[in-house]
Design a protein around this ligand. Structure first.
Ligand SMILES: N#[N+]C[C@@H]1[C@@H](O)[C@H](O)[C@@H](O)[C@@H]2O[C@H]12
Length: 464
């Protein structure tokens, strides 16, 4: 039996995963590619935001990152050595269309051509994410995701990339984590483009979802058969023994903003009340938009890291990432944490998967990101012992297995991340990779967790 908030999940006799279960790893363009000013790439909002004093820890930028733009062959060989079945990467929009619209940069597309060919040669399935937060700066200068036009530019860009790669890549994610891109980028201002307006956050969220729907329609018209959307989802929990009405109202609000705003739109063509109220005032949601957003998808990508804990707290200030959350606290809980300070609660993954199975039956699920940052340090022998990460991953794979045993249609698991990388506002100080990157010389050092994960892949499951 799993109890939410604990770190223990029942061990079933067998921890074998279904035949054909997809094991992979995930990355994103701005976090690993580097070559930010090479081969015609234009600036993105993260190139701009990272140069804002104080925006990113240590003043780090993605200018060089993991130099994956030049080291992609080595990285594919590393993936193959681990036995990965799939590799989830994102395409840099400003590398393909430097101004976000109009002329296509052939050298930008050529990189992804080479990457996809290399993956296929290594027997690795490419999982292509079309948007992982690196909006071309020229579009932000014209209003960014707060203006409707950006959604239409995105659908055009999606068509360009799909038409170039669709003969070899068939698994497509339109948008990664629209909540983060909108509520951290336009609401709280802690992500690019660093704007701080609740109204703009809601506008951006809607236009990102409209972009998803328009792109999904464009890809479907072109024959795509494996289209998905990736959401950062989390159980929203009140850690009190006996939550009161105010606590439950706090849970409802945060669940509406974090989870249902995107799940209901994509899978039901509706918004929860908390969003509709804002939409009526702003007028940015037009008739027919939700029908476009609810384009049928073939799977839902889930990025899970930890539950979100809330409770009523009269007088608490509004959390700008959750407009309307005045009087709501986001408490720490008595659980082990990662180097990000995030609680380690594998049973939250089971609960989330069961919820999606219950509320949205018939939608195949893929864990497109799950992983943890820890303060990894290579030993004198070059070995990187990361037992805490192994423990985190094992716990979450057991949690995923518990959901499978309960009948959830879970198709795959992609660890975040293949490589240590640029961790957004945290810069390079937070290491999520199963492979250590020495940024001084770009050496790649597989951590113990990489070898452990390779064993999981080889046996298609955990040791019982
Ligand atoms: N933070 N953190 C780790 C990880 C981030 O590096 C990814 O780019 C996002 O998709 C998601 O937030 C998760």
């Amino acid at each position: 039996m799993t109890t939410v908030g604990s770190t223990t999940t029942a061990r079933t006799a067998s921890q074998a995963f279904p035949a054909g279960f997809v094991w992979g790893a995930a990355t994103a363009a701005y976090q690993i590619e580097g070559a930010a000013h090479e081969d015609g790439r234009g600036p993105s909002i993260w190139d701009t935001f990272a140069r804002r004093p104080g925006a990113v820890a240590g003043g780090d930028t993605g200018d060089v990152a993991c130099d994956h733009y030049h080291r992609w062959r080595e990285d594919i060989a590393l993936m193959a050595s681990l036995g990965l079945g799939a590799y989830r990467f994102s395409v840099s929009w400003p590398r393909v269309q430097p101004d976000g619209s109009g002329p296509v940069n052939p050298r930008g597309l050529d990189f992804y051509d080479r990457l996809v060919d290399g993956l296929l040669e290594a027997g690795i399935t490419p999982y292509v994410t079309l948007y992982h937060w690196d909006l071309p700066q020229a579009l932000e200068d014209a209003g960014g995701w707060t203006v409707r036009d950006t959604a239409y530019r995105f659908a055009e860009y999606a068509g360009v990339v799909h038409d170039r790669l669709a003969d070899r890549a068939d698994t497509w994610t339109t948008i990664n984590e629209p909540w983060v891109a909108s509520f951290l980028g336009y609401g709280a201002g802690v992500h690019a483009p660093g704007r701080t307006s609740a109204d703009d956050a809601f506008r951006a969220a809607h236009h990102l979802m409209l972009a998803h729907g328009l792109a999904a329609r464009r890809l479907r018209e072109a024959g795509a058969e494996r289209i998905s959307l990736t959401l950062n989802l989390a159980p929203v929990l009140c850690p009190a023994d006996a939550p009161g009405e105010a606590d439950l109202a706090a849970v409802e609000l945060v669940d509406s903003l974090l989870n249902r705003q995107f799940l209901d739109a994509a899978l039901r063509g509706s918004y929860p009340d908390a969003v509709l109220e804002r939409a009526r005032r702003l007028g940015h949601v037009r008739d027919g938009d939700l029908a476009v957003i609810a384009q049928p998808i073939d799977s839902l990508g889930i990025n899970y890291y930890n539950p979100t804990y809330v409770r009523a707290a009269p007088g608490a200030p509004e959390n700008p990432a959750f407009p309307g959350s005045a009087g709501v606290a986001f408490p720490s809980v008595d659980l082990p944490t990662t180097a990000m300070g995030w609680p380690i609660a594998p049973d939250g993954l089971t609960e989330l998967l069961l919820r999606l199975h219950r509320d949205h039956p018939g939608v195949p699920l893929v864990v497109t990101e799950n992983g943890a940052a820890f303060d990894d340090v290579p030993g004198p022998d070059g070995r990187v012992a990361d037992p805490a990460r192994i423990g985190y991953l094992e716990g979450h794979l057991r949690a995923a297995h518990a959901a499978l045993a309960a009948g959830v249609d879970l198709r795959g698991y992609l660890v975040w991340s293949l490589l240590d990388n640029f961790e957004w506002a945290e810069g390079y100080g937070k290491r999520f990779g199963i492979v250590y990157v020495d940024y001084a010389d770009q050496r790649r050092l597989p951590k113990d967790s990489a070898r452990w994960y390779a064993g999981v892949i080889a046996r298609n499951g955990l040791e019982a």
